[in-house]
Design a protein around this ligand. Structure first.
Ligand SMILES: Cc1cc2nc3c(=O)[nH]c(=O)nc-3n(C[C@H](O)[C@H](O)[C@H](O)COP(=O)(O)OP(=O)(O)OC[C@H]3O[C@@H](n4cnc5c(N)ncnc54)[C@H](O)[C@@H]3O)c2cc1C
Length: 459
């Protein structure tokens, strides 16, 4: 019988426990315990309802193109609850000298696939437009194999500085809460680096990929759930043996035995054959302090904070909901010097989020700078008032702080991962999963959790 301790009840640990339970029900000789330090499961995934409004405290959706989260939803019996984003309303703006300018049509991240919208946009200077379109015929030399560089350097080589400042910085800050000068091109933009190696020109590669897809129906960009992301957590939890779940049970120490692992909380000491650590890298490092090299590598993965501020306005007070721009929201490049880095127009992105007579906006920040909740909400209200010309007060606002929640895949991340994985493999029965390693989106976390469960049984 294999006995598995899954430590961490975010979506990574939940996925591992869920798939262990499925294997157990299918006859595998396995039992498991899921240890979670807080009183609730789900980690940063949490949905709350206030009157008619559905407020996401953490993630609001996942990328549809990565199948593992939707697969988990179907495995958990809620495939019919998947909710596609309203892509016909998809439009993203960039704040440029205080004004919202639409991102040119046809941009794939920062790669243009249509010439006319680039030529027409007010967002970019003529020399940048020339460089972007010219990349098709005169791309830079590709990155040498085994060399990494920052996202900023990678994008600058292809499209110039202005694309870094106006597109790469805000897009990457929106996804990673990070700085494009520090993030690794190989770890955060692996598909683009692969395209560069094959085609040299990112524009040419993107157009070729589009042609190959031909008239296949395009998937919605994002997927959520009818009653919010919490629905995924609830369905997955329902698929786990409740007797295996330990809430309010922070694992305080981990000792490697001759065969297996001793896991201690303040209330229990138990032995397991396998341990799956589904924690932030720094929390795993604390439990693995007796392996100084491994702990040091884990601790070297940097994290940034994330703060979400959701604001609800009543349409009749706004005169008309349609006064706000159409689209999914806007991104704020650093030179704009705002507290918020992005804002989602939630009522446009997904159906049924706040009734027809309200609009729901959600702003993202990465730094509180010592401000209280009330001060941050006031700062966001005032920035939104000036950017969107909103002159009415909010009906209500909610703020959620997620300290050290966003791992930064900095230059050299893949090399660091190789060291971590070598050191972890030297400790039989140990698996490290979670958003610190191979992707921080929900689908990546689910994939890692499922793989860890399968490997426990086959390994
Ligand atoms: C504000 C925000 C917005 C996001 N938006 C999106 C999005 O739209 N789409 C997307 O795909 N991704 C998004 N992400 C990223 C994604 O949500 C996360 O990467 C993912 O949910 C992390 O899951 P996890 O299980 O690895 O970690 P976590 O959710 O951090 O879970 C780790 C768990 O471990 C527990 N724990 C810690 N120490 C111990 C211990 N010693 N013992 C026991 N338990 C412990 C914690 O309490 C926590 O519950 C967002 C993240 C944030 C913060």
């Amino acid at each position: 019988m294999k006995r598995v301790a899954v430590v961490g009840g975010g979506i990574s640990g939940l996925s591992a426990a869920f798939y262990l339970e499925r294997l157990r029900r299918a006859g595998a000789q396995v039992e498991y315990s899921l240890f979670e330090s807080s009183p609730r499961l789900g980690g940063v995934i949490r949905t709350e309802r206030f009157d008619d409004c559905l407020i996401e405290a953490g993630p609001d959706s996942f990328l549809t193109s990565k199948p593992w989260a939707a697969d988990l939803a179907r495995d958990a019996g809620i495939g019919d609850q998947l909710l596609p984003s309203n892509d016909r309303k998809r439009k993203t703006y960039i704040l440029d000298r205080g004004k919202l300018l639409p991102m040119p049509d046809g941009l794939q991240m920062m790669v243009p696939t249509k010439a006319w919208p680039i030529m027409q946009t007010e967002l970019l200077s003529p020399s940048t437009k020339f460089k972007m379109l010219g990349e098709f015929v005169s791309p830079p030399e590709p990155l040498a194999p085994d060399v990494d560089e920052s996202v900023a350097a990678f994008i600058r080589r292809h499209f110039g500085d202005e694309v870094v400042t106006k597109l790469a910085d805000p897009l990457l800050a929106g996804i990673y809460g990070g700085d494009s000068n520090r993030l690794s091109a190989r770890a955060t933009l692996p598909a683009m680096v692969a395209r560069e190696a094959e085609h040299h020109s990112l524009v040419r590669a993107a157009i070729k990929a589009m042609r190959e897809r031909g008239s296949q129906p395009s998937l919605p960009l994002f997927t959520s759930f009818r009653t919010g992301m919490q629905q995924l957590v609830d369905a997955v939890v329902a698929g786990i043996d409740q007797r295996s779940v330990r809430l309010n049970a922070p694992v305080a120490s981990l000792i490697h035995l001759t065969s297996g692992w001793r896991v201690a909380t303040s209330a229990s000491v138990e032995d397991f054959s396998h341990v799956i650590l589904a924690l932030p890298a720094y929390a795993s490092a604390a439990l693995l302090a007796t392996y100084p090299d491994l702990a040091a590598q884990l601790n070297s993965i940097q994290y940034t904070d994330s703060i979400t501020v959701s604001l609800v306005y009543r349409c009749d007070k706004l005169r008309r909901c349609t006064e706000l721009p159409p689209g999914f929201g806007f991104l704020v490049p650093p030179p704009e010097k705002k507290k918020m880095i992005a804002c989602t127009f939630v009522h446009n992105k997904f159906d049924s989020r706040c009734g027809d007579d309200h609009v729901l906006l959600r702003a993202f920040l990465t730094r509180a700078g010592g401000a209280t909740d009330a001060q941050l909400i006031a700062a966001v209200e005032s920035e939104l008032a000036s950017i969107l010309k909103i002159e009415v007060p909010t009906e209500f606002a909610r703020i959620y702080r997620w300290p050290r929640a966003m791992p930064q895949y900095e230059v050299g991340h893949l090399e660091k991962l190789a060291h971590i994985e070598d050191a972890a493999h030297a400790l039989p029965g140990l698996r490290l999963i979670g958003n610190a390693y191979h992707g921080l989106g929900i689908p990546d976390c689910v994939r890692e959790g499922k793989l860890a469960a399968e490997e426990v049984l086959t390994g």
